[in-house]
Design a protein around this ligand. Structure first.
Ligand code: PFF
Length: 444
C-alpha cells in the first residue's frame, strides 16, 4: 500500500473542504432550484437544513475519517469489522461515480462557455444559444471530456501537489470574482425584484417536494453522504479541530450559495427570464446580460464569470474522483495512476449518456425523467441523504460514545462544551429529520 499523504496545514484542509463543497452546486444548481421552488421560502428551509442536518453529518463523516485515517470502505471495516455496516462503503463508491459522470457534463458546459466568451461569441445576440448547444452532439461531449481529463490530471498530481495547491489559489480568487458579479448585478435595471424574490418568503409555496429538494441540495452542496468529506478528513492534520473546520466549511458554502443567488436572480429579473426555467438558468441568464453590455465589458465579464464557475467545478469534481481513487488504492492495492484512469473511464461512459440525454437521447425517460435528471434526482434526493443517514446512525448509535467524544474533542482538549449538543443532533435530530423527509416524499 502506498504511504498516505496528509494536507500540509489546517488552512489547506479547510480550503480543500470548502473547495469540494463550493462548486456547481452553489453557482449552477442552487439558483435554479430556488427559482423552481418558490424563492425565499426554499432559501429558509435550506439554511435550517444546513445547520440541523448537514453540520452533524459533516461531523459524523469527519470523526470516522480522522479516527481511522482510511477512505470510507476501509474506515467502516476497521471500526465495525465483519458487520453489515461495510455496505455503507459500497454506497459511497457508487454515488460519487454517478455524480462525477453528470457533474462533469455541466463542468463541460462551463468549459464551452468560457471558450465562447474568449472567442467573443457572448457579446451579441445569445437567444437560443444554450438550447442549441446542449441538444447538439459533439460540442458538449468534447467539452465534457476536457473537463473530466482536467479533473483526472489534478488528481494524478496527488494530495499535496494537486488538490492542495490548486484549491489554495482558486478559492480566494473565486470569492473576489463572485462578489464583483453581485455588485455589478445590483446596478442592473429591475434587479431589485430579484433581491425581493430571494428575501421575502411565501410560505404557501412549501410542500414535501420543496423540503426534500432543499435537504437534497444541502447534502449535495456540502458534498455529504458519499464519503468525500470523510476522505478529506482522513488526510486532516493530527491537531485539527474538526468542529471549526465543519462550521467554517458550512458557513463558507452557505455564504457562497447566497452570493450566487444574489449574483444571478437580480440578473434573471432584469432580463425578464423565468426564474423556474431549470438547469439552463445560469447559462441562459448571464450570457444574455453580457450581450447587452458594450462588447469589451461583456467579453471580460463573460470570461471572468465562466472561469469562476469552472474553477469552482474543478475543486469539487476532484473530491469526487479522489473518493474512488482512494478506495481503489487502499482496498484493492491499485496504484494512483491506474485507479484514476479506471474511475475516469467509468465516469466518462456515464457522462456520455447524460450529455446525450439533452439531444439524441432526449426521448429516453426513466420514471418520466431524462437520464440526466434521473441521475441528478436519484443522487441528491435519495442516495446522498441515505448515505448521510447511515453515517450519522453509525457514529451516533454504533460507535461508542467514549470514542466519538475522544475524536470530536481531540482527546478532551477541544469542543468539550458543545459535544453533547452535536451528539444529540447526530443521534436523534438528523436521522429523524432525514427519515421524515424520505417518508413524506414517498407518500405525497
Ligand atoms: N458540493 C459540490 C457542489 O456544490 O458543486 C458537489 C459535490 C462534490 C457533491 C463532492 C458531492 C461530492 F462528494
Amino acid at each position: 500500500m502506498n504511504k498516505r499523504e496528509n494536507f500540509g496545514s489546517r488552512l489547506a484542509l479547510v480550503l480543500a473542504m470548502a473547495g469540494s463543497a463550493i462548486g456547481l452546486g452553489n453557482i449552477w444548481r442552487f439558483p435554479y432550484l430556488v427559482g423552481q421552488n418558490g424563492g425565499a421560502a426554499f432559501v429558509i428551509i435550506y439554511i435550517v437544513s444546513c445547520f440541523v442536518l448537514v453540520l452533524p453529518i459533516f461531523m459524523a463523516e469527519s470523526i470516522i475519517g480522522r479516527r481511522t485515517r482510511l477512505s470510507t470502505f476501509g474506515a467502516i471495516k476497521k471500526l465495525a469489522p465483519g458487520s453489515p455496516w461495510k455496505w455503507i462503503g459500497l454506497l459511497t463508491v457508487i454515488t460519487p461515480l454517478l455524480i462525477l459522470g453528470y457533474y462533469s457534463v455541466v463542468g463541460g458546459w462551463s468549459v464551452d462557455y468560457l471558450w465562447k466568451a474568449c472567442t467573443l461569441r457572448l457579446t451579441h445576440n445569445t437567444a437560443g444559444l444554450f438550447p442549441g448547444f446542449i441538444s447538439s452532439v459533439w460540442e458538449p461531449l468534447i467539452a465534457f471530456t476536457i473537463f473530466l481529463v482536467a479533473t483526472a490530471v489534478i488528481i494524478l498530481l496527488g494530495v499535496k501537489n494537486g488538490i492542495e495547491k490548486f484549491t489554495k489559489i482558486c478559492m480566494p480568487a473565486l470569492f473576489v470574482l463572485i462578489v464583483g458579479i453581485v455588485i455589478y448585478g445590483l446596478t442592473l435595471p429591475g434587479s431589485m425584484e430579484g433581491v425581493i424574490y430571494l428575501v421575502k418568503p411565501d410560505f404557501s409555496k412549501i410542500d414535501a417536494g420543496v423540503v426534500a429538494a432543499a435537504m437534497g441540495q444541502a447534502f449535495f452542496s456540502m458534498s455529504l453522504g458519499m464519503g468525500a468529506i470523510l476522505t478529506y478528513a482522513s488526510y486532516a492534520p493530527e491537531n485539527e479541530n474538526i468542529l471549526s473546520s465543519g462550521v467554517g466549511t458550512t458557513l463558507a458554502d452557505l455564504g457562497f450559495a447566497l452570493l450566487a443567488g444574489f449574483a444571478i436572480m437580480p440578473a434573471v429579473f432584469s432580463a425578464g427570464i423565468q426564474p423556474g426555467e431549470g438547469p439552463g438558468l445560469v447559462f441562459d441568464t448571464l450570457p444574455y446580460i453580457f450581450s447587452q453590455m458594450p462588447s469589451w465589458i461583456g467579453a471580460i465579464l463573460g470570461i471572468v464569470f465562466f472561469l469562476t464557475i469552472l474553477m469552482a467545478a474543478l475543486t469539487s469534481s476532484i473530491s469526487m474522483l479522489e473518493v474512488g481513487v482512494a478506495y481503489l488504492q487502499e482496498e484493492k492495492g491499485i496504484g494512483r495512476v491506474k485507479g484514476t484512469i479506471i474511475i475516469t473511464l467509468i465516469a466518462w461512459v456515464l457522462g456520455i449518456f447524460c450529455s446525450l440525454s439533452f439531444g439524441p437521447l432526449a426521448g429516453v425517460k426513466i420514471f418520466g425523467l431524462s437520464i440526466f435528471d434521473c441521475i441528478d434526482k436519484l443522487c441528491s434526493d435519495w442516495l446522498l441523504p441515505l448515505g448521510g443517514l447511515l453515517f450519522t446512525l453509525f457514529v451516533g448509535w454504533y460507535m461508542s460514545k467514549a470514542d466519538v467524544r475522544d475524536e470530536f474533542t481531540n482527546h478532551g482538549t477541544a469542543n468539550v462544551g458543545v459535544f453533547s449538543v452535536i451528539y444529540f443532533l447526530m443521534r436523534y435530530i438528523a436521522p429523524v429529520g432525514i427519515v421524515v423527509v424520505f417518508i413524506t416524499n414517498l407518500v405525497l
